[in-house]
Design a protein around this ligand. Structure first.
Ligand code: KIV
Length: 252
C-alpha cells in the first residue's frame, strides 16, 4: 500500500497497480484507509453521489473544503487527492489559492480537469509546491459543452489530442493523471509514454491503476451505475432491508 506520493514512480516501474477509491466523508475514508487502498480521491462526483445534484458543475469550493476536511480527518496513512471543482481554477492565481485551501484541509495533492489548455494552471500549482494530478479524456465538468458523457480516443484527431494533453501534463510535472473513459488501447499507449502514474476509469486494464467511485463499488447509489463499474456489495439493498426491519419492529 502507498504511504506517500513519492512512492508513485517506484510503483509505476514495478507494480502492483494502484487501487484508488473516492471518499466524501469521515467513516468511509477511515474504512478505506484501514482496508489499505493506495490513494483516496475526494472527487467532485460528490455532487451526484452524495448531494443529489445532476452533474459536477454545481459543486463549489465550500462543498469540496467541507468534505475534504472530513475525509482527511478519517485518514492515518493514505495520501488524499482533492478535486478542484468547476470554475475554481479559471486563472492560475485562483488555481493556486484554491489548491492551498484544499491542502490546508490535509490533502496531499489536488486534481483538475484538462490537458494542454490547463498547463498554466498546472505549472502555477506545481511551482507553488503543491503536488498536482491531471485528468484527461472524458471531463465531467465539461458535460454541458460536450452535450453528454462521451468516450474519447475513437478518432485520430482525438487520439492526437489525448497524447498531446498527456505529454503536456507529464512535462509540467504531474505526479499522476486520471484517464477517464478512453479507448483502452489509447490509455495503454499513454501509460507507456508518460512518467506520471496513470489512473484509469472506464479506460481498460492497461493503466498504472484504477479508480472507482466508491458508491458504485458498494452498490450504495443504485439509481445510476456506469457500465464498467462492477459492484462488490449491495449496500442499498441491505439498507432497505434493515430500515424495513426497524420500521416493522417499532410498529410491532
Ligand atoms: O470526481 C470523481 O470522482 C472523479 C473520478 C471519476 C476520477 O474525478
Amino acid at each position: 500500500m502507498l504511504t506517500s506520493l513519492a512512492e508513485l514512480l517506484q510503483r509505476k516501474a514495478s507494480g502492483p497497480k494502484l487501487a484508488v477509491l473516492t471518499a466524501y466523508d469521515y467513516p468511509t475514508a477511515r474504512m478505506l484507509d484501514d482496508a489499505g487502498v493506495d490513494l483516496i480521491l475526494v472527487g467532485d462526483s460528490l455532487g451526484m453521489v452524495v448531494l443529489g445534484l445532476p452533474d459536477t458543475t454545481g459543486v463549489t469550493m465550500d462543498m469540496m473544503l467541507h468534505h475534504s476536511a472530513a475525509v482527511c480527518r478519517g485518514v492515518k496513512r493514505t495520501p488524499v487527492i482533492a478535486d478542484l471543482p468547476f470554475a475554481s481554477y479559471r486563472t492560475s492565481e485562483a488555481a493556486v489559492l484554491n489548491s492551498r485551501r484544499l491542502m490546508d484541509c490535509g490533502a496531499s495533492a489536488v486534481k483538475l480537469e484538462g490537458g494542454v489548455s490547463m498547463i498554466p494552471q498546472a505549472r502555477a500549482i506545481i511551482d507553488a509546491g503543491i503536488p498536482f494530478v491531471g485528468h484527461i479524456g472524458m471531463l465531467p465538468q465539461s458535460v454541458k459543452e460536450e452535450g453528454g458523457y462521451k468516450k474519447k480516443g475513437k478518432t485520430n484527431e482525438q487520439i492526437d489530442r489525448l497524447i498531446a494533453d498527456a505529454r503536456a501534463l507529464d512535462a509540467a510535472g504531474a505526479v499522476a493523471m486520471v484517464l477517464e473513459s478512453i479507448v483502452p488501447e489509447v490509455a495503454t499507449q499513454i501509460t507507456d509514454l508518460v512518467k506520471a502514474s496513470t489512473i484509469g476509469i472506464g479506460a481498460g486494464s492497461g493503466t498504472d491503476g484504477q479508480v472507482l467511485v466508491t458508491p458504485d463499488l458498494l452498490g450504495s447509489f443504485p439509481w445510476f451505475r456506469p457500465p464498467f463499474a462492477k459492484p462488490h456489495a449491495d449496500i442499498a439493498g441491505e439498507t432497505l432491508r434493515a430500515v424495513r426491519e426497524y420500521i416493522a419492529e417499532v410498529r410491532g
